[in-house]
Ligand binder design. Structure first.
Ligand code: ATP
Ligand code: MG
Length: 409
């Protein structure tokens, strides 16, 4: 890949996270290449190539299932040049091409601006990244305030890299974050979703969350949740989020899949849960109705801050809506829930609630037991004790047909 560019007479370097991670002895997540060939020239060299992005035009070269990002060297710009759009100090279009030195200076952190040269296996450092890498410091290239105003998402990136690498954020950058956090409100909600996934679907999610709270940035991502956290500092809401993120970390460590749907359900659970109480008490709704309504409402309000794709939120709502049904553990029809496509996620969610201190342990144990056994034994778990049966009956609204059992239909 690099050699094909080189043989065609272009410069080619590995750059960014992969160089940083390799120098730290960590496995790079992906490889980013940069070159003096324009995206169109890259496309001419590689047939398996697609050009993407408007704000930041890139070539994606596909190798089987892997994608290598190839970017053309870019220069700082003033908004006057062709390919550049700047508004109130924020860079909206960043397509002014330049030299490798110029390219280095417009990257975000010094440790992200190291270039690995394949010709002589050297690392080119135009911004003092090596020293900061050794010291474990995330330092912005240039004036922190200017760089955060250009692109406020860099504040989230600072937090993410600090959590991931265990680095300190340089003091002048910290000050700038405290001052400029609210600029995150101007970021298009669609871009924030990607960033949120990068923050939380990883093996350092708890640390990322703690740092977001420390720098008071969490409230720009999940304002309703943040409001609940403020009411009960260190209480259940905080505990629940931490347990959810620990759960994510553990799953990643075990190579189990993690879904955005579960994450969304967990991060918005507290606003949903507190609204449900109100709706049941004040509006006389059933718990199922209240969850339905509170869930929709929480997602609608969240959409103003972060675009959560529908294919995920549909599942998040199912996870919430299954909660009251899981609470009726032991009822005759409860075994049907095992067939529900979201059962497993909803069950994991219930475990989470228990681990954060909600009074649902009994139900968790029952569902755990049910999944361990089969056939007759499983059926036998479903005979509710006499007293419980009487108490539950009137709450369930069943049609005649259903009460008569499956034979009747
Ligand atoms: P990782 O891939 O491990 O999340 P990374 O550093 O590779 O980390 P990417 O988002 O893949 O992060 O970006 C690659 C490189 O592009 C970065 O290292 C940085 O040099 C540059 N870069 C990315 N986003 C920005 C930004 N918002 N502002 C300035 N430079 C950026
Ligand atoms: Mg990368």
């Amino acid at each position: 890949m690099l050699y094909r560019l080189k043989n065609a007479g272009y410069k080619a370097y590995l750059v960014g996270g992969c160089v940083r991670d390799m120098l730290l002895g960590r496995e790079p997540k992906d490889f980013d290449v940069c070159t003096d060939a324009t995206p169109e020239e890259v496309a001419r060299l590689f047939r398996n190539c697609r050009l993407i992005g408007r704000r930041f035009r890139l070539a994606h070269v596909h190798f089987g299932r892997e994608i290598i990002e190839v970017a053309t060297f870019r220069a700082q710009h003033t908004g006057e040049e062709e390919g550049s759009v700047i508004e109130n100090g924020m860079i909206l279009r960043d397509n002014v091409y330049g030299t490798v030195e110029e390219d280095a200076l417009r990257r975000d952190f010094t440790v992200n601006a190291l270039y690995y040269n394949i010709n002589d296996f050297s690392v080119a450092d135009y911004a003092g990244g090596m020293e900061d890498l050794r010291a474990g410091v995330l330092r912005l290239i240039g004036e922190p305030e200017v760089r955060f105003r250009e692109d406020p998402v860099r504040m989230l990136r600072a937090v993410r890299f600090a959590a991931k690498l265990g680095f300190r954020i340089a003091p002048d950058a910290e000050q700038a974050i405290f001052k400029l956090g609210e600029l995150l409100q101007d970021i298009p909600p669609a871009r924030l979703f990607e960033e949120v996934l990068k923050l939380f679907l990883n093996s350092y999610a708890v640390q990322a969350y703690e740092l977001l709270r420390h720098y008071d940035l969490f409230k720009y991502l999940f304002p309703a949740t943040d409001a609940c956290l403020a009411e009960e500092e260190e209480g259940y809401p905080h505990m629940f989020v931490v347990r959810a993120l620990e759960n994510t970390e553990a799953r990643i460590a075990e190579n189990k899949p993690v879904t955005p749907a579960f994450l969304i359900a967990a991060l918005l659970w507290e606003p949903v849960r507190s609204a449900v109480h109100g709706l049941m008490q004040e509006e006389g709704m059933t718990e199922a109705q209240a969850i339905q309504m509170a869930g929709r409402d929480a997602l609608d309000r969240q959409a103003g801050h972060i675009v959560l794709p529908r294919r995920f939120t549909v599942q998040s709502r199912e996870i919430w809506q299954l909660q009251p049904r899981l609470m009726r553990a032991g009822a005759k029809r409860s075994l049907r829930l095992l067939q529900h496509p979201r059962f497993r996620a909803a069950y994991d969610f219930l475990l989470l609630r228990a681990s954060a201190g909600e009074d649902v342990q009994e139900q968790c144990d029952w569902w755990t037991r049910v999944q361990e056994v089969e056939g007759e034994e499983r059926q036998s778990l479903c005979q509710p004790p006499k007293g419980a049966k009487k108490k539950r009956r009137p709450r369930r609204r069943r049609s005649k047909k259903e009460t008569a059992g499956p034979e009747a239909s």
